[in-house]
Write a protein that binds this ligand. Structure first.
Ligand code: BES
Ligand code: ZN
Ligand code: ZN
Length: 496
């Protein structure tokens, strides 16, 4: 999407559609009404009839008879007291539904002074609302008429030149962030015959080149040499070789320790010998959403050139049953000496994340965050609108919590109390890979904690939030792209 910024009067803009966001408070509403009808006297009936009052979640499309501008889209923001950046994202998402219905590819949007937010934040939120809500996964449709609607050019306008110019940087950040989220959605939605460990690595390499981060891919031989026991074990039943993808972005000071992101890259989870039931199994093409989030975040952070050193690690494999697959009861030993009894081959995510957490320690990182569609238990506990988080660093949990509030990507902390560790005791090895039904999300977290050791670490379980059964205003069904906005926001605020 191209951006343009203009301070000419609304009626003289060379676009055919204008979007205004309006508050419901009577003084603010009246002031805006005056501003609009001065430019477009012909549409005053919209206000005199009382058909549009700025109420939250309402919108109205008015037709204008003279000049270039034929359509005026009004979108209500509700009372200014309850206003947040989320209100703008939502308002912008509904407005963009009009744009797509009427194939309006180059609209203008009024950049008002909304609440206490900066022009940059407002512009960023408007663009996020549009780009996120317009996403469709339509790669495989043959009907070209039904192709994804794409916004070609967006013009921000207002008469305050200073306000306009301070919006520029924020607007570009909106494009970078939405690009990262939609990248994660594309990767998550892609079927397993398109995205498997080698092609996932290839996409990461392409993005590294395009956006400016280094990508190193360990193949099966290197993974074997590095003794990544979990990744090799889970991959054992597959005809597709595993990969271990290392992404390094250096935007911070030389020598500054990085933040490390780890993403579960199970490109399809059949459950292995502990086979999953058939119904709904196709969702398990999205069992690499953790890795999609990490790759999408790398893209967004590099595109926006954030001043931070960031590493992304992705262990990638599918989980297949076959004559060579791991069996319940098998024992594997990790490079750090910890032995694990595999009681259930469907608890494969934690097995491959363990290798990545061991690897992460090499960086002596400031912080490590892993993301994984890890447990059905987390989805049952928190549903589709809140990710589970648990970890060893209060500071890092706090940073994620703050970013969650700002981005409205909800998180809820689950406790890693030591009493639950009992459930991971094995009769034959140091620990077992499943802790039974009670507190399934927590025992998965405790398993990972053994491998995170002393690192300042947080685990995010996105099993429920990564794969949506139905669309919401900003998110289509399927892969949601969860985590990219949250992590970007956290990293953009890292120094403060
Ligand atoms: N990928 C699944 C978890 C999952 C379930 C993600 C539903 C998204 C939606 C994971 O590998 C898994 O199978 N976990 C098991 C663990 C159990 C065997 C301890 C589960 O949650 O049932
Ligand atoms: Zn599984
Ligand atoms: Zn899985």
């Amino acid at each position: 999407m191209r951006l343009s910024f203009s301070s000419v009067a609304a009626a003289r803009l060379r676009v055919d559609t204008i979007i205004y966001f309006m508050f419901e408070d009577s003084d603010l509403f009246e002031a805006q009404r005056q501003q609009i009808t001065e430019q477009f006297p012909g549409i005053d009936h919209v206000f005199t009839t009382g058909d549009f009052t700025g109420k939250k979640n309402t919108s109205l499309q008015a037709y204008n008879n003279d000049g270039n501008i034929r359509r005026i889209i009004l979108r209500g923001l509700g009372e200014s007291d309850n206003f947040s950046l989320h209100s703008i994202r939502m308002a912008s998402a509904t407005a963009s539904k009009y744009l797509s219905n009427f194939k309006i590819t180059s609209p203008a949007v009024h950049l008002g002074h909304l609440g206490d937010f900066s022009a940059a934040k407002i512009a960023q939120s408007i663009i996020e609302g549009m780009e996120l809500s317009l996403y469709k996964f339509d790669t495989y449709f043959s009907d070209k008429d039904d192709k994804r609607f794409v916004l070609d050019k967006l013009t921000f306008f207002c008469d305050d030149k200073k306000w306009l110019s301070s919006a520029k940087e924020g607007a570009q950040i909106g494009i970078d962030v939405a690009g990262g989220v939609n990248e994660a959605r594309d990767l998550g939605n892609a079927p397993a015959n398109e995205i498997y460990p080698e092609t996932l690595a290839k996409r990461a390499m392409q993005l590294g080149k395009e956006f400016g981060f280094k990508v190193t891919v360990l193949d099966k031989r290197k993974i074997t040499n590095a003794k990544m026991a979990g990744l090799l074990a889970v991959n054992q039943g597959s005809v597709k070789p595993p990969t271990f993808i290392i992404m390094e972005y250096k935007g911070g000071k030389a020598g500054e320790k990085p933040v490390v992101l780890v993403g579960k890259g199970v490109t399809f989870d059949t459950g292995g010998i502990s086979l999953k039931p058939g119904a709904g199994m196709s969702d398990m093409k999205t069992d690499m959403h953790g890795s999609a989030t990490v790759i999408g975040t790398m893209r967004a952070v590099a595109a926006a050139k954030l001043p931070i050193n960031l590493v992304g690690l992705v262990p990638a494999t599918d989980n297949m049953p076959s004559g060579s697959a791991i069996l319940p009861g098998d024992v594997i030993t990790y490079s750090n000496g910890i032995s694990v009894e595999i009681d259930n081959t469907d608890a494969e995510g934690r097995l491959i994340l363990a290798d990545a957490l061991i690897y992460a320690a090499k960086y002596k990182p400031q912080a490590v965050i892993d993301l994984a569609t890890l447990t059905g238990a987390c989805m049952i506990a928190l549903g589709h609108y809140t990710s589970g988080m648990m970890g060893t660093s209060r500071e890092l949990l706090g940073r994620i919590g703050e970013a969650a509030k700002r981005t409205r990507e909800h998180v809820c902390e689950l406790p890693l109390h030591e009493e639950y560790e009992e459930q991971l005791k094995s009769n034959v090895a140091d620990i077992v890979n499943v802790g039974g039904r009670p507190a399934g999300a927590i025992t998965a977290g405790l398993f990972l904690k053994r491998f995170a050791g002393d690192l300042p670490w947080v685990h995010m379980d996105i099993a429920g939030t990564g794969i949506l059964p139905k669309a919401t205003a900003l998110t289509p069904r399927g892969a949601s792209g969860v985590g990219v906005r949250l992590l970007f926001d956290m990293l953009a605020n890292w120094q403060s």
